[in-house]
Design a binder for this molecule. Structure first.
Ligand code: ZN
Length: 497
């Protein structure tokens, strides 16, 4: 079947046919985390959204290079931010090197993304490892005349850029509005225009993370790293740039301006943005007390959670909404997601068994089964091709479950070919593309149970024959593996710590 993937381009504000610049290659860049705190719900949505984009492009046969950066330079002196270097602040409080903080939280990010079954990108470049590229880009922008240096800091000249180009084209903001809405911050007096943003900042004496540059010992502006690293790994003009909608302005708007100024043309063909998550209708924020980390979700330890929610429940919940819609978290909605996911996984387990028995029976297709399964498959592809419409895919999978249950109850029958297709739909869409896993099924457990039974029976026999060498050896090895054996009247049981 020929696939025609349409994706919504934030820049043109319409759905466009996805035509990669250099097929069969497809380049995907997504803004990754700033690593100074434990990953929270806000990290999960873009990671899962673009994981599905990545998975679907791979499924369609593209050779995808997926780049997601790690912001490990504490340089959030961003012009609309509160001007605080968050990594350095945390390092000071915890008496650690800033890089220890960055490493610790990058590791935490990987652990939680793995739990959410988010595939690792092809490249995960770190801002701190790309100083040369960033400094080079600042030089190019200066050479092109779109930046100016003041006291060792370099600023992008937004006003000048806006004469020939449109600063605000992505976010729809107009420069005049920006002027009146921009807060005054320390160091802003160095700027010619309130909307100008830092490309390089001279470090104050107390600033720990600093690098040498032609202008001063300092650090790059936040927007710069994504422009430098995306074009380094994906080329001057690449296919998709993604991120959360909160990054539209000023981050992505400034990325467009930086690339235009440094390279002479824009670098991104399709801009994709996932919408935000609210909790009980409220924006997430530390001050609001609804800032829930993924750890708290998985363990149920946050005061506002009625229970723990598994990684797949979180993933399924996020995919139940289209990525461009807002998504509101509540206990009720999460519990409904948990139920829905269980229904899909139970349906799949039933389906696998149906195939096993079907093979023994007559493969004669029965008329009432004809057509419907093919329609479900087509509908799943049509939904994915319509700007990654995961909720429609899920609705079709539920229709599949309805058919499976009806087959299991022997209310309907189906041809062997249709059954195979139904199985293929579930493995392709539920597991490969939506990236969901059956958390109940642990493939290793039966094997482990069998082996432990064997070990314990050898141990029992060695004790009966007073072969203490063998029984001690078994005890020591199990201890090292943190396996606890409990001996009772009815025999021995075991558990892993
Ligand atoms: Zn970015």
């Amino acid at each position: 079947m020929e696939n025609k993937l349409f994706i919504h381009n934030t820049l043109t504000r319409k759905k466009e046919l996805f035509e990669p610049i250099n097929p069969p290659f497809a380049g995907l860049y997504v803004c990754g985390p700033t690593v100074y705190g434990d990953p929270h719900l806000g990290h999960a949505r873009p990671a899962i959204t673009f994981d599905v984009v990545f998975r679907y492009l791979l499924h369609l046969g593209y050779k995808v290079r997926y780049v997601r950066n790690i912001t490990d330079v504490g340089h959030l002196v961003a012009d609309l931010d509160d001007g605080e270097d968050k990594i350095a602040k945390k390092a000071q409080v915890e008496q650690l090197e800033p890089m220890e903080i960055a490493q610790y939280y990058a590791d935490r990010y990987f652990i939680f993304m793995d739990a959410l079954n988010v595939k690792r990108p092809s490249i995960e470049p770190r801002a701190s490892g790309h100083m040369i590229e960033q400094i080079l880009m600042v030089s190019k922008i200066l050479d092109a005349g779109y930046a100016y240096e003041v006291n060792g800091s370099v600023y992008f000249d937004v006003e000048k850029y806006n004469i020939t180009h449109e600063y605000g084209k992505l976010s729809g903001r107009v420069l005049d509005d920006l002027m009146t809405n921009t807060r005054t911050l320390e160091g802003q007096d160095e700027k010619r225009h309130p909307s100008d943003f830092a490309l390089w900042k001279k470090a104050q004496p107390e600033h720990i993370m600093r690098w040498p540059s032609p202008w001063s010992e300092g650090f790059p502006g936040w927007h710069l790293e994504c422009s430098a690293m995306s074009t380094k790994y994906l080329g001057d003009y690449f296919d998709i740039h993604g991120g959360g909608m909160d990054l539209l302005f000023p981050h992505h708007e400034s990325e467009i301006a930086q690339c235009q100024a440094a390279i002479g043309h824009e670098s991104v063909k399709y801009w994709l943005h996932n919408n935000m998550i609210t909790i009980n209708g409220q924006k997430m924020g530390k001050s609001l007390g609804n800032f829930i980390t993924l750890d708290e979700f998985f363990t149920g330890t946050h005061a506002s959670l009625h229970q723990a929610y598994s990684p797949m429940t979180i993933r399924f919940f996020i995919l139940q909404a289209h990525y461009r819609s807002t998504l509101d978290f509540s206990n009720e909605a999460l519990q409904a997601a948990e139920k829905g996911l269980k229904k899909l996984m139970t349906g799949y387990e039933t389906l696998v068994k149906l195939i096993a028995t079907e093979k023994l029976s007559s493969p004669t297709p029965l008329p009432q089964g004809e057509g419907r399964i093919g329609e479900i498959k087509d509908a799943c592809y049509a939904a994915m091709n319509d700007d990654f419409n995961s909720p429609i895919v899920i609705a079709n999978l539920f229709e599949g479950v309805r058919i499976i249950n009806s087959l299991a109850d022997k209310k309907e029958s189906i041809s062997a070919g249709d059954l195979e297709m139904l199985k293929e739909i579930f493995t392709t869409f539920l597991f490969d593309i939506l990236g969901l896993k059956n958390e109940k099924a642990n493939d290793q457990r039966p094997l482990l149970d069998g082996l432990m039974q064997l070990v314990l029976s050898i141990r029992q026999k060695s004790r009966e024959t007073k072969d203490w060498g063998t029984s001690d050896q078994i005890r020591d090895v199990l201890q090292k593996l943190h396996i606890i054996v409990k001996d009772g009247k009815e025999g021995s049981s075991w558990s892993a710590e």
